[in-house]
Design a protein around this ligand. Structure first.
Ligand SMILES: NC(=O)c1ccc[n+]([C@@H]2O[C@H](COP(=O)([O-])OP(=O)(O)OC[C@H]3O[C@@H](n4cnc5c(N)ncnc54)[C@H](OP(=O)(O)O)[C@@H]3O)[C@@H](O)[C@H]2O)c1
Length: 211
């Protein structure tokens, strides 16, 4: 599969490395390739690092690993290029303007995933993995539940196949993109768990009673 990873933070790095490891073609999008190469000396050896608009050309799967507010600024300009493309949206609507812990800049009756879908009306956006720290997104523990939500059932199915290939054993399909609201509103609990557990390496497990 030809994949594009947008963003070169912790999540972008983790996904670029894992998709390449699994044999997918990976192009990485960043604001300014020369600044990123200088900042992350050696980290992008072997990867094509190009501006966002160039990265998404011809992609079958685009991973949105951008800061949440930045995604709202960056992605609308890519709307034509993302016509029909599956966009895995991992971003969170975190607002750090009031300090720590951050608040959510959209919630309850809307979500960042839905805002991005409205900005990309012909893309097939799937909200996924925002509930898990980057290392566990790409190397999941044996037990643990992740979610997909999106308006296009085929896109959710493709994303579920990718998650299974990566090693996720329990992927719950939440249905349409309104399902993004719940996984994004999990973030306050995620942040509190991070504080009290002293680690980001934990995950949700949905337990079903035996039938
Ligand atoms: N870190 C985690 O473990 C984790 C887990 C779950 C979900 N998430 C979510 O996944 C997303 C990525 O997280 P992250 O920790 O990897 O990185 P991040 O620090 O949130 O930023 C990711 C990338 O966003 C781009 N960016 C930031 N400000 C920008 C701006 N003003 N204009 C354009 N682009 C801008 C940058 O891309 P370039 O530097 O390449 O230009 C940056 O590398 C976030 O939405 C986060 O909430 C993170």
């Amino acid at each position: 599969m030809r994949t594009a990873v947008l963003g070169t933070g912790t999540v972008g790095r983790a996904w670029a490395a894992r998709l390449a490891e699994l044999g997918h073609e990976v192009v990485v999008g960043t604001r300014d390739p020369s600044t990123t190469l200088e900042r992350d000396a050696g980290a992008w050896d072997g990867f094509a690092l190009v501006p966002f608009a160039e990265a998404v050309v011809g992609a079958d799967l685009v991973v949105n690993a951008l800061n949440g507010r930045a995604a709202l600024d960056v992605l609308p300009a890519l709307a034509d290029a993302l016509d029909g493309v599956v966009v895995a949206d991992i971003s969170n609507p975190l607002d750090f303007s009031g300090g720590f812990p951050p608040t959510l800049f959209v919630k309850d009756t809307d979500s960042l995933g839905e805002q991005l879908q409205r900005a990309l009306p012909r893309a097939r956006l799937v909200k996924t993995l925002n509930t898990v720290t980057a290392s566990l997104q790409v190397h999941p523990p044996a037990e643990g539940t992740v979610f997909v939500a999106g308006d296009d059932a085929d896109a959710r199915a493709l994303m579920t196949r990718v998650l299974t290939e990566v090693g996720h054993s329990d992927v719950v399909d939440l249905g349409d993109l309104a399902g993004a609201r719940g996984v994004e509103m999990y973030l306050p609990l995620w942040l509190r768990l991070w504080q009290v557990l002293g680690t980001a390496e934990f995950t949700i497990k949905v337990v079903r009673p035996p039938s």
